[in-house]
Design a protein around this ligand. Structure first.
Ligand SMILES: [Mg+2]
Length: 346
């Protein structure tokens, strides 16, 4: 037998008494430690009212290095609790159990969205087609007939772990894609399309419940001159700094987008005209205060801001809202820039 020496901190980590005079781990303990250690990272839940069946499954799985965590339950209800409280990657569940049986267990699990991606393999003790069909109809991922062959159990478990890993990966990639599709790559604010979707939702919500919200159109002053003087690469830096100030000014539920070249749109939910003007003024000041370094160190920038607040008698569509906020922003430009104008109340 192979043995490795361990120090006291390792002993406490794996739950050995620090006074354990051996100070060595036998290979079986190391093996156990590795399984618990999270390098493998999968967790399985085995639900069966017969302890010897659970043990048989565990013995089969231990040899396969598939899991770092093994959970057991003797009945469906206890199994459901474990499934809700632990991070489980796959479930093996007996069909015939007193109390909550396998089908009842499935019926409890399948409506829960957070559990829908976890494969559930049912174990039936009779080879009846009806039971198998019912299992699959009730959203079980697969079934196994008891007594099972260890090879088949492992093969099925591996397939479903693989499918789950691919699904998880796909979901992650989809989320990343979705985020990319909503983001302006230069400033990392939302893009125009995503702002339109957010605006539509807020517009609907506001019309339904009558809650106020504000739209701020924020445009960099003399930005063409910045590009002409410093070049587009430094111009991009100016846009990024402006976006950074916008992000720093926003409150938790506000959202901001790069709406056009040097124009930004800010949506402030639950905000009155007074509140919107306060946010606009804070933003105007912080952008005016930006100090650049390097070749831009002499540059000072400012923004003109147009504010529109809903509900408003003259505004019945999102197009109206954007047009009037934009018009207020152009009024601010006309009146000398670096200032705020709002759509007058009707
Ligand atoms: Mg049973």
């Amino acid at each position: 037998m192979c043995a490795i020496p361990v120090d006291n901190s390792t002993k406490s980590l794996i739950g050995l008494d620090a006074n354990d005079k051996h100070g060595y781990l036998g290979i079986s303990t190391v093996d156990w430690f590795l399984r618990r250690g999270g390098w493998i990272g999968n967790a399985i839940l085995i639900i069966d009212d017969t302890k010897s069946v659970r043990q048989q499954i565990l013995d089969t799985l231990y040899g396969a290095d598939l899991f770092s965590d093994y959970f057991e339950s003797g009945n469906g209800l206890e199994g459901l609790k474990t499934l809700l409280n632990e991070k489980i990657d796959i479930v093996l569940c007996d069909v015939e159990m007193p109390g909550m049986d396998g089908f009842n267990f499935l019926a409890m699990v399948s409506p829960r969205k957070e559990l829908q991606d976890i494969p559930i393999l049912l174990l039936t003790s009779h080879n009846v087609m009806e039971t198998k069909v019912k299992a699959l109809e009730q959203a079980a991922s697969d079934y196994l007939t008891k007594p099972f062959s260890p090879g088949e159990l492992l093969a099925r478990v591996k397939v479903h772990l693989k499918i789950k890993a691919l699904q998880d990966n796909l979901k992650e990639n989809n989320q990343l894609l979705q985020k990319l599709a909503q983001t302006d790559p230069l400033t990392e604010l939302h893009n125009r399309r995503h702002m339109m979707t957010t605006l539509e939702a807020e517009f609907d919500r506001s019309s339904r419940v009558g809650s106020p919200f504000a739209l701020l159109m924020v445009d960099l002053d003399h930005f063409k001159q910045v590009n002409d003087t410093y070049g587009h690469q430094l111009g991009d830096k100016v846009l990024q700094s402006t976006a950074w100030e916008i992000k720093a000014t926003l409150r938790q539920y506000d959202s901001a987008a790069r709406f056009g070249g040097e124009e930004f749109a800010l949506l402030l939910p639950e905000t009155s005209l007074k509140g919107a003007n306060l946010v606009a003024e804070r933003l105007r000041q912080s952008i005016q205060g930006i100090e650049f370094t390097g070749p831009l160190s002499k540059l000072r920038i400012s923004v003109s801001i147009g504010v529109a607040v809903m509900p408003h008698e003259k505004i019945t569509t999102i197009k109206d809202l954007i047009r009037l906020a934009d018009a207020a922003m152009y009024t601010a430009k006309r009146k000398g820039r670096n200032r705020i104008e709002s759509v007058p109340p009707a």
